[in-house]
Design a protein around this ligand. Sequence first.
Ligand code: GLU
Length: 266
Amino acid sequence: MSAAREKLKSARRIVVKVGTSTLSYGECGKFKLNLYRIEHLVRELVDLHNAGKEIILVSSGAIAAGIGKMGLSEKPQTIPENQALAAIGQGVLMHIYEKFFAEYGQTMAQLLLTKDNTVDEHARENSRNSLMSLLQMDVIPVINENDAVATDEIRIGDNDNLSAMVAEMIDAEVLIILTDIDGLYSGNPKIDSSAKLIHEVAEITSEIEKIAGGAGTKLGTGGMFTKIQAAKIAVQHGITMIIVNGQEIGNLRRVLNGEEIGTVFV
Ligand code: GLU
């Protein structure tokens, strides 16, 4: 087993990021939340917490939950409409998380951050203090960007980067990014059947950046590009990051058992 996989096994403070495509049924399901996946995710997180890990969840899905709640058929074009939907959906999302966490007797807390909270020194210290207190209280923080009020200047824009900033801020050892694909491929597996899953990235070269160039799904903002940006932040700070398929139940545990799945950034 590689040293990076060993590190995943022994990690104590772990940030898990989950994307919209994993949390919702998307267009074909009228953007309703995928309760099956959310429930299993929460159960795994609580179990890891019970096993002595410190868990921080960065969750997208607010805008999708807002679209689903309002019965719209697609994501609106304008920023104010999306901000409004984020405000509507964030509550819906937290309600579901709270319900599932409560079923397993676990207290959670919501934190909505903007770029200021992770970059500005004073605000960053405050965010860190708040997160550290929550961890000390055995609470699982659930973080999203404060989309409803984040204007251009203070927007991070995607939760991949936000999760890496959070991991760095609280000295996490590992960042796990749950997404809708098995990891980083040598090409686009949707159009290139010879594309191979890259198990380990020792260095983020321009070649790696090039193959990650494409955009994400219709609903999520990320795609591989922002995941590579996040990986850069993570590895720079000695955090092991892994991209893994969040649509298969149990993958979180497999990763932390050191199984050779997903793409790990050393
Ligand atoms: N913050 C957005 C949401 O909760 C998602 C951002 C992202 O997809 O990275 O809907």
